[in-house]
Design a protein around this ligand. Structure first.
Ligand code: WTA
Length: 573
């Protein structure tokens, strides 16, 4: 019944992820258990029991309905890391409105593109968010984006920072005012959803400029995310789980919001920067809240490691029993530091390989599996993963090849929003005959069958664990008036994993200078977002291209690192 690659799971099943994440718990003793513990960067603290979360979700779901949001309508969410983003996401799920969360580090242009693609009538945001002691002006960005988005009718603004902002009459509404109205009743029917109904769209970078809206559904996604969290991190009722990601990325969707709540766990959320006001902020939080399982990214570990062992040593970290890593291969040095200094040589590190597209962990140890620093070990039970050559033959141990997933799984993406052809082309074309999913990563197996992920084989760059497409950054560069052509590459970096180098050919009449470099960087910050700003911009007069006009990034990469340039036979000039 499900044609490759448009797989379906639990066909005919009726459910709603919000029912299993929230409603279900208030009928048990868990109604009084803490669902969320939150600390703001400015020290503010809040807790939500399952009962309180249930009521807040119901109230906000009623608010959304009163704004005209119906089953099937998309809602765009652009907020900082406060409990309200969780409430907004769950409220959308509850009424069957797919959410599209856009990470708060994206610019107004990127936000406008995503609003337009998802056709959201309603945007939920906050006035700002605290980061490194400063306000990230989220509402200003929304104002700019909404000006370019005629589909948007209403904007709901949660007051977090309290600075002066623009509120447009008849379009912008304060969250707290709406939540105080009689329509915001604390009772709300949970929409009955089909297992295959859309739960959310999450935009992610691919090989072309336009971001892809990855679609996940109510049924398979809840089953797979909760099972993986329970098995890999062995979550129990007495745990205090901290997934230190941002809800704006898949890690936050799956393992801050949905999976922990489905399991009835207690989740800790911290708003701000790990080093604010001092580099021991995280370690103080672990101690103060008695965190038992900490799940983070190699870039964060490296960032904290460089401040030395004295900061964590000031804190009692003995509550920790398991650690986790995600986002990029973890370098053994960071692994060892995390293991020794943070985990006290007591806590196994679950290095989980997965993607926005996979919804949940695919290659990962379980707590009892012998670990090798830098390897995510083996596939999760039920997953059939392999490293293959271009003909689809399994690679021998030690030989680099492409990572494929050979069987469908419940939380796999269902399509690219509004673009099924792109879904097929991107993921299911290289091994169409075999019907395998192409992950876009290269990897190696070892003699024990452990998988060592090397990195992306396409034009996707991971900067501090964030996923960016070269094409997005390049179109941002050429939209600057002086730039005629541009190419960007990833260069390895000790702290961030990789950084972006940009090569620009200028228009006739423009000359490269430090000022111009600064101006272009500022432009990228505004066009794409702060995470996309190149570390270095070099002004060049030509770019290495194939005869068919494709930029040879590998040549630029080799040059940037002073390595041999390899086979240049296809080079045009
Ligand atoms: C990379 C993040 C090595 C990989 C959940 C993948 C990893 C991309 C690991 C997906 C890991 C993620 N070891 N590489 N443990 N985890 N990656 O969609 O290249 O933001 O394809 O999802 O991150 O990034 P995404």
């Amino acid at each position: 019944m499900s044609a490759i690659p448009f797989y379906k799971w639990f066909v005919g099943g009726k459910t709603n992820i919000a029912l299993n994440a929230v409603d279900r718990h208030v009928k048990t003793w868990r109604r009084n258990k803490l669902a969320i513990i939150w600390e703001g960067e400015n020290g503010e603290k809040r807790t939500y029991s399952y009962w309180r979360l249930y009521q807040e979700v119901n109230k906000f779901a009623n608010v959304l309905r009163s704004m005209g949001v119906r089953k099937g309508d998309t809602v765009t969410i652009y907020m900082g890391r406060t409990p309200e983003i969780v409430i907004a996401m769950l409220a959308c799920a509850k009424i069957g409105a797919p959410h599209s969360v856009v990470y708060g580090g994206f610019s107004d242009q990127a936000l406008a593109d995503r609003i337009a693609d998802a056709k959201s009538k309603v945007v939920v945001t906050s006035d700002g968010s605290w980061l490194r002691g400063k306000i990230v002006p989220l509402k200003n960005v929304v104002d700019e984006a909404v000006q370019r988005s005629p589909v948007v009718q209403s904007v709901i603004v949660y007051k977090r920072t309290g600075q002066e902002i623009n509120m447009e009459q008849g379009r912008d509404y304060w969250w707290h005012e709406l939540m105080a109205l009689p329509i915001a009743s604390n009772k709300c029917e949970t929409e009955v959803m089909d297992a295959e109904d859309p739960l959310f769209i999450l935009y992610t970078s691919g090989t072309t400029g336009k971001p892809k809206g990855i679609l996940h559904t109510h049924g398979g996604y809840q089953v797979y995310t909760s099972t993986t969290l329970e098995w890999v991190f062995d979550l129990k009722d007495e745990d205090r789980w901290w997934c230190a990601a941002d809800p704006g990325w898949i890690t936050g969707h799956s393992y801050i919001v949905y999976a922990p709540l489905i399991l009835g766990a207690t989740s800790f959320i911290y708003e701000g920067a790990p080093t604010y006001p001092y580099p021991d902020r995280w370690w103080r939080l672990v101690e103060e809240y008695g965190i038992t399982v900490l799940y983070t990214a190699p870039t964060a570990i490296r960032g904290l490691m460089r401040f030395g062992d004295a900061w964590p040593a000031r804190h009692d970290l003995s509550s920790l029993r398991l650690l986790g890593s995600v986002g990029e291969p973890i370098n053994p040095e960071a692994w060892k530091w995390f293991y020794k200094v943070i985990g006290g040589e007591r806590c196994p590190i679950m290095d989980t390989w997965w993607q926005t597209e996979t919804g949940g962990f695919v290659i990962t140890p379980l707590p009892s599996v012998p670990l090798k620093p830098g390897s995510a070990t083996r596939p999760f039970p039920g997953q059939v993963v392999d490293v293959v050559d271009e003909h689809g033959n399994s690679c021998e141990a030690g030989v680099e090849g492409k990572l494929v997933i050979k069987r469908p799984w419940p939380s796999m993406l269902r399509t690219v929003w509004g673009d099924p052809d792109r879904y097929i082309k991107q993921y299911w074309t290289d091994y169409a005959q075999q019907g395998w999913y192409l992950a876009g990563d290269s990897a190696r197996k070892d003699a024990d069958g452990y998988i060592w992920v090397i990195g992306r084989i396409d034009d996707v760059i991971k900067v501090s664990g964030y996923r960016l497409g070269t094409a997005e950054i390049e179109s941002g560069l050429v939209s600057y008036r002086d730039v005629a052509e541009a190419a960007v590459i990833a260069v390895p970096d000790e702290l961030k994993g990789s950084v972006i180098y940009a090569y620009c050919i200028l228009n006739a009449g423009s000359t490269g200078s430090d000022e111009l470099e600064k101006a272009i960087k500022k432009h990228i910050r505004e066009e794409v977002g702060p995470i996309a700003v190149p570390e270095k911009i070099e002004f060049v007069t030509t770019l290495p291209k194939t005869r068919s006009g494709k930029i040879m990034r590998r040549v630029l990469k080799a040059r940037a690192q002073g390595l041999p340039e390899g086979d240049l036979s296809t080079l045009e000039d």
